[in-house]
Design a protein around this ligand. Structure first.
Ligand SMILES: Cc1ncc(COP(=O)(O)O)c(C=O)c1O
Length: 510
């Protein structure tokens, strides 16, 4: 599957002990508690019963879901020592190759904020990939970090940010005015490009900095010989993963792993404190159980992933055999930062149809009830859930229908109208530390007046949620133009905007 298979596969399902394959200790304990006839004179208010005001909940969600909604610190589940929850966490750590793992109920977003708070104990100088998710930028504000940036390789034509090369990381660390004590990088990318974690860890560690990998999109790595290795085993000190994205757990559930490294040992107590600061004291049992079950299923997933990969091979062959569509990931390996590709992402180039990717995605949703993960002007990205083998004929039939309609003169104008989103803008200069900008006096100005001023907000085009403007950064004319175009596009949304059209911006007071 991989064009360059120099990363040796590590996944060996027989390496997982029997109980890892048969048990989901937290979920099993939850189930046992739910089956008891307990009288709850405690939270949650619905008491696990369907009576009275809870009838509506029961009718909508089913009685089983109510009975499983058991609060934390429950005898036999997570109260005391050596609990089923502890066992579930240990099995997760073993499955991903970590020394210790935390279950997160507020997504990788929580993991990113936890991480920023924890690395603040090493120092304030960090180098972060400029295409970091907005939750890490929020973490920079919370922890008062002083970020230097390393730019990802960018495919300008397709509007795709890839990863970072070891050389560009070395250069960014050397260029930062403050001693760099941590590096934060994202791999795999939103489009499935995988960076060389082992080499990047070497660069970070040689410079005396911890390496954090945001692998929100890579929770399935390491669970099959034909998938990239789990980044936890490649020398990273902290790895964050959204199990909900591709690996089958419920939305909002995620993991934070600690590597088996010296930095990991130093960061562990700070991470434990940061976890308490970022998690609810009433973590949701459904989310926790769904991580436990997803781990058990991944451990047993070899055959399902093999089937998925065979299905994906057929889809790829269909795309490559077509004169109209093209899979962009085939070209990713030409980029210096990319050493592997996640096969579960299908970035499909649709330019030969004359249609704009954003408009196609919108029409797929509205007219065909098909939801593609994202679009750029040239591309739609289809995501296949791990262990799934969907029939994509419906997608290709829809694309063909749109392409044919587009070629008929009556409708051509309506459907070929490009979304007109300009190229990804360069980042503005960092004028003030993000935390200082966040807490400073601010004022609201028009978009025209905002150019040249310092933003107090993080503004991120969605998807993928990568901030185009950080708190403390100068707002440039090209960024205003880009964000307004995104906001006006069919499925565009800018997180952090004062108003949906971006006609005003919140900036530092003069
Ligand atoms: C690279 C990256 N990190 C973190 C996140 C946040 O993940 P979550 O939605 O699980 O909070 C995302 C979300 O898309 C992401 O793309």
């Amino acid at each position: 599957m991989h064009q360059d298979s120099h990363l040796a596969p590590t996944s060996d399902q027989s390496a997982f002990p029997g109980n890892a394959r048969t048990h989901a200790p937290y979920a099993d304990a939850l189930q046992a508690a739910a089956e008891r006839d307990s009288l709850f004179l405690s939270t949650p208010g619905h008491g696990g019963t369907t009576t009275g005001i809870s009838a509506g909940q029961a009718e909508f969600f089913g009685e089983h879901i109510l009975s499983l909604d058991i609060p934390p610190l429950f005898d036999g589940i997570d109260l005391g020592v050596d609990t089923p929850k502890d066992e579930a966490l240990q099995l997760a750590a073993e499955a991903w190759g970590a020394r210790r793992t935390w279950f997160l109920t507020n997504g990788s977003s929580q993991g990113n904020r936890m991480t920023a708070l924890a690395i603040g104990t090493l120092g304030t100088g960090v180098v972060t990939q400029r295409s970091a998710h907005s939750s890490f930028i929020d973490g920079i504000v919370m922890a008062g970090l002083n970020p230097g940036f390393v730019s990802p390789n960018v495919d300008e034509v397709n509007g795709i940010a890839h990863g970072v090369t070891p050389d560009s990381l070395r250069h960014a660390i050397a260029s930062h005015p403050e001693k760099v004590t941590a590096v934060y990088l994202v791999t795999p990318s939103y489009f499935g490009a995988v960076a060389d974690v082992r080499a990047l860890a070497e660069v970070a560690h040689d410079a005396g900095a911890a390496l954090i990998i945001d692998a929100a999109w890579g929770a399935h790595f390491g669970f099959h010989p034909d998938l990239p290795e789990s980044p936890v085993t490649l020398g990273a000190d902290i790895v964050i993963m959204s199990t909900h994205k591709l690996a089958g757990s419920f939305t909002q559930s995620a993991l934070l792993h600690l590597g088996d490294t010296e930095f990991a040992n130093r960061l562990e107590p700070a991470l434990a404190r940061a976890f308490m600061m970022t998690a609810s004291t009433s973590e949701n049992a459904h989310l926790l159980a769904s991580i436990d079950i997803a781990r058990r299923d991944l451990v047993n997933s070899h055959d399902a992933i093999s089937d998925s990969l065979e299905n994906i091979r057929q889809i790829r062959a269909r795309i490559e055999g077509s004169e109209h569509y093209h899979l962009l990931s085939g070209d990713f390996m030409n980029h210096a930062d990319v050493v592997d590709i996640d096969p579960f992402r299908l970035p499909i180039d649709i330019t030969s149809t004359g249609l704009d990717g954003h408009a196609v995605r919108k029409r797929l949703t509205e007219d065909f009830d098909i939801f593609a993960e994202m679009a750029t002007s040239t591309t739609i990205v289809a995501l296949i859930g791990v262990g799934k083998s969907p029939d994509l004929s419906r997608l290709f039939d829809a694309l063909d229908q749109m392409r044919l309609e587009n070629n008929s003169s009556e409708t051509a104008e309506a459907t070929t109208k490009p979304a007109g989103i300009p190229a990804l803008p360069n980042a503005g200069k960092l004028i003030t530390l993000p935390r200082d900008a966040y807490f400073a006096d601010s004022e609201l100005v028009s978009a025209a007046e905002a150019v040249g001023r310092t933003s107090v907000s993080s503004l991120a085009a969605y998807p993928p949620g990568i901030p185009n403007v950080l708190p403390g950064e100068e707002i440039t004319a090209e960024t205003v133009e880009f964000l307004q175009a995104v906001a006006a596009s069919p499925s565009g949304h800018v997180r952090g905007a004062v108003d949906p059209q971006l006609s005003t911006f919140r900036v530092l007071k003069d």
